[in-house]
Design a binder for this molecule. Structure first.
Ligand SMILES: [Zn+2]
Length: 484
């Protein structure tokens, strides 16, 4: 039995009410005592329920390092071809170490681009091992897709535009890969089930991860909906992230894309939708009444020029909103605390609007993501709640120390990952004195960079063809889906 005792000011209960100083006892993975700190005990730490990252991909390094800063999603995704595969365990260790140092206790990894150097089951096991090593909780959505591998529709014009002067080795390889047959819906669902079987007993919530409606046929989505209803397995999917996805959806599904998802039985409390940036109020109402959650990824939406999500409308229609980082934190540093601030700043509205209150932000970050990762209810500092606690340096946060300022205002106003003193997950220390307890993060990053330096020549021809491929892709979207 492990036991930790933290003495801190704390944001307590479902209202995140400032209290303290308190003695917080953690044992057997739970908060087992919350008592006034002993007389004279001094603390300059602030305890809050540790946030959850409800949408991510555990990308080993930021795409910015591969020349993709400022790229819209549609070209950015193809541009990820510049990243060669590296050892999955090494990649996941560095990515999940950064996640913990960014302040989250749990990460949803939507495995849309497995490295593919070992079997899918083996790769999933390696990611689970890395999560255990770091000490964070993990959910894993196994990607399924069967259409539109390059563009949201017939990609022949893209390849045709490159033929002649620009059909380099990478483009020819791409064309061959695009022509390969895709496994059936049943085979893809069976592969996801196989991963779940391999991870049985590992405390990882394995989910179906359709990449998005523009990449998945209605037949595949229907098969996922049926399998989810049959097994209770959760589903994690991107939806309406960009204006091009909106235009594609309106063209292909005039009855309404969300209506279509509802008609096939995919909308349910088991469903998490990432983004929803271009969702309309009537669609949000359907999502809310089905009890599905939307994981909003504010920084990612800005990095990839996707837009600002209608979070106030989500709230008004009763959609449960969770917070995701999508591997694209605003400063490319996985900082979940800055993300809280952005989530509020961009979605609260103007003047006296209350689109996103302090309470809403804390619920999105700490509470609402948990069920989407299959975690026990929690997200608050209360007796018998899970022992997932983030500890911040209140002295540094309250740098002027002139008045007793509400610590929530300091948290939302200025907290960054540099303010993290400690992180406890399942009652066990993951970070103490600002450092990971079990993984040497700088070493993990250095090993990963070294692996990339060795592997980079594998994508040299892709990178040389990219200068021709990129404008051809951009033209495809501008010409066909640039109407909204
Ligand atoms: Zn994503």
């Amino acid at each position: 039995m492990s036991e930790s005792i933290l003495v801190a000011q704390a944001l307590v209960g479902p209202e995140y009410r400032p209290a303290g100083p308190l003695e917080i006892r953690l044992s057997n993975g739970q908060i087992t005592a919350l008592n006034p700190a002993p007389e004279g005990a001094e603390t300059m730490a602030l305890a809050l329920p540790a946030p959850v990252n409800a949408h991510d991909h555990a990308r080993p390094l930021s795409a910015t390092s591969f020349g993709l800063a400022g790229e819209p999603l549609e070209t950015w995704l193809v541009g990820l071809g510049a990243m060669p595969p590296v050892d999955a365990r090494l990649a996941a260790r560095a990515a999940l170490a950064r996640a913990a140092l960014g302040g989250v206790a749990a990460v949803m990894v939507h495995l849309t681009r497995p490295m593919g150097l070992v079997s899918l089951e083996e790769e999933a096991l390696q990611i689970a091992d890395a999560a255990d090593e770091v000490g964070v909780r993990l959910a894993l959505a196994i990607s399924v897709r069967d259409r539109n591998p390059l563009t949201y529709g017939d990609h022949t014009p893209v390849l045709d535009a490159l033929s002649g002067s620009h059909d380099g080795a990478a483009v020819r390889r791409l064309a061959a890969a695009l022509a390969r047959p895709v496994p059936s819906a049943d085979a893809q669902i069976a592969a996801a089930e196989q991963v779940a079987k391999a991870l049985a007993g590992r405390n990882v919530d394995v989910q179906f991860g359709p990449t998005g409606p523009q990449w998945c046929s209605v037949e595949l989505l229907t098969a996922v909906a049926d399998a989810s209803a049959r097994t209770g397995r959760r589903v994690h999917m991107h939806l309406l992230e960009t204006k091009y996805q909106r235009a594609w959806a309106d063209e292909q599904h005039p009855e309404g894309i969300v209506q279509m998802l509802r008609s096939i039985g995919l909308l349910s409390p088991r469903l998490t939708l990432a983004h929803g940036t271009w969702a309309r109020p009537d669609e949000l109402e359907m999502i809310a009444s089905a009890g599905a959650t939307i994981a909003v990824n504010t920084s990612s939406n800005l990095h990839l020029k996707s837009g600002v999500a209608p979070v106030a409308a989500m709230k008004a229609t009763g959609v449960r909103v969770a917070m995701g980082l999508d591997g694209c934190a605003f400063d490319d540093d996985d900082d979940a605390l800055r993300e809280l601030r952005l989530l509020r700043a961009l979605h609260a509205g103007h003047g006296f609007d209350d689109g996103m209150t302090l309470q809403d932000v804390l619920e999105a970050a700490c509470l609402n993501g948990r069920p989407t990762l299959g975690l026990a209810p929690g997200g608050q500092i209360a007796l018998e709640a899970p022992g997932d606690i983030l500890l911040l340096d209140l002295k540094a946060l309250d740098r002027d120390a002139l008045l007793p300022v509400d610590p929530r205002a300091l948290l939302l106003g200025r907290a960054r990952r540099e303010h993290i003193l400690g992180l406890w997950v399942d009652g066990k220390p993951v970070i103490t004195r600002g450092r990971l307890v079990r993984v040497n993060a700088p070493e993990a990053e250095a090993a990963l960079r070294a692996a990339y330096r060795v592997a980079m020549p594998q994508t040299a021809d892709f990178r040389s063809d990219w200068s021709a491929l990129r404008p051809s892709l951009a033209a495809w979207y501008r010409d066909r889906l640039g109407c909204c």
